[in-house]
Design a protein around this ligand. Structure first.
Ligand code: FAD
Ligand code: EPU
Length: 337
């Protein structure tokens, strides 16, 4: 058995049967994928809520290559590289574009899985291709951006290719015609000047450090729930009761609600079950204060889902991937208690 506590940022005390580290993609050909397995990067979006009765496969492939083209840079990055280190490495070479996504924890290989996003920018805007090992055919496959089916915190790697595809490399296209993306509220202060990508990056880092707990200091997995996407009718009804509720445009039919706002309205900031708490500075983040248990975490998820449902008739779906004894599990919450 191998301890998993230090391999996921929520740091629950769990174990797995076997642990394999992949540092060359050919190693994947020798793995028996017919037994339970779990792909892992840096564990910043994964919580092991049970002992895992299978093999945890850590993707540690390394390497970055940069090719200059007429109007952009093609940046090809191995899946085990650290995302934030890549952002900094590119900015150091005056290759801009990823600065709004600075300080997002985790690996490059996990980034397409939930299409990481922050401060008005999503990974999907830069992906030229995602390359990986198809577990069924044992072949390397290259998917273009459209085949990745990116959405808000979503991609084909959570659906048709879930459990079938090990991402080994990501190809990013970064245009030479860089423009700062300053649409997100707190970044609008930069609009008056002509900020460099480096300045945008520093501002993003400052905002993040003021709102989000550092997992090295306080165990957490970032936003625990997705921001719910609801119809315009639902928004109109809610706005009649909660006029100041923030909403974000998605498409002509739908809008996105701020789950952190909903949770804060319920007075749940700081709410604790055992050693699991709703983070005081950001209600969308759950923290493990040191001795948190999986049972307390699940009780907290259900408690929040139930209370949000009762007050707003909105279902919250957890963004964080919960891994049970054999596979991923989903907590739906019991709404009628
Ligand atoms: P892991 O947790 O190890 O894995 C995540 C999922 O991807 C798992 O389902 C895993 O099976 C799968 N996976 C991992 N590697 C591969 C691979 N090579 N091939 C196929 N599947 C794979 N996310 C955002 O989008 N925006 C944010 O602003 C943000 N802020 C965060 C802040 C904090 C403090 C924390 C702790 C997390 C935050 N996150 C954010 C979530 C997290 O950083 C991202 O989801 C990140 O991409 C996870 O990377 P990882 O390597 O840690 O993934
Ligand atoms: N809000 C509250 N109370 C809170 C938290 C938020 O009222 O406790 C309100 C804010 O005032 C704001 C709105 O909710 O009006 C949105 O808050 P914020 O800008 O902090 O962003 P978020 O919706 O909580 C999302 C992402 C983050 C990403 C930020 C910045 C999701 C699930 N979360 O958070 O991603 O960094 O926007 O773009 O989409 C993650 O995925 O792990 C993550 C941290």
């Amino acid at each position: 058995m191998h301890a998993l506590q230090s391999l996921h940022t929520f740091a629950l005390p769990s174990q797995c049967h076997q642990l394999v580290t992949i540092s060359a993609w050919q190693q994947l050909q020798d793995i028996d994928f017919s037994k339970p397995f779990c792909l892992l990067g840096e564990g910043s979006n994964t919580v092991f809520v049970d002992d895992f009765a299978g093999t945890v496969i850590r993707i540690a492939l390394q390497g970055i290559s940069i090719e200059e083209r007429d109007s952009d840079w093609l940046v090809e990055v191995a899946a085990g590289e650290n995302w934030h280190a890549l952002v900094v490495h590119l900015l150091d070479q005056n290759i801009a574009g990823l600065e709004n996504l600075a300080l997002i924890p985790g690996t490059v290989g996990a980034a397409p899985v939930q299409n990481i996003g922050a401060y008005g920018v999503e990974l999907a805007q830069f992906v030229e291709y995602v390359e990986g090992f198809d577990i069924e055919t044992k072949q390397c496959v290259r998917l273009d951006n459209g085949q990745c089916e990116f959405g808000y915190r979503d991609s084909v790697f959570k659906h048709a290719r879930k459990g079938r595809f090990v991402i080994t490399q990501v190809g990013l296209s970064l245009t030479k015609q860089w423009q700062p993306q300053l649409s997100y509220g707190p970044l609008q202060v930069l609009r008056d000047g002509q900020p460099t990508a480096q300045q945008v990056c520093e501002t993003v880092i400052n905002i993040r450090q003021s709102k989000l707990p550092d997992p090295q200091i306080l165990a957490n997995a970032g936003s625990f729930f997705k921001n719910p996407i609801v119809s315009n009718e639902v928004v109109t009804k809610l706005k009649q009761r909660f006029a100041t509720m923030p909403v974000y445009y998605v498409d002509p039919q739908q809008q996105k609600l701020a789950a952190g706002w909903l949770i804060e309205q319920l007075g749940l900031k700081g709410h604790q079950i055992g050693d699991i708490a709703v983070y005081q500075q950001q209600a969308l983040v759950l923290v493990n204060q040191g001795n948190g248990s999986a049972a307390d975490l699940i009780a907290m998820i259900e408690y929040i889902q139930r209370h949000v449902w009762h007050q707003f008739q909105v279902r919250l779906e957890h963004e964080v991937r919960l891994i049970g004894q054999y596979d991923e599990i989903h907590i739906q919450g019991v709404m009628n208690e």
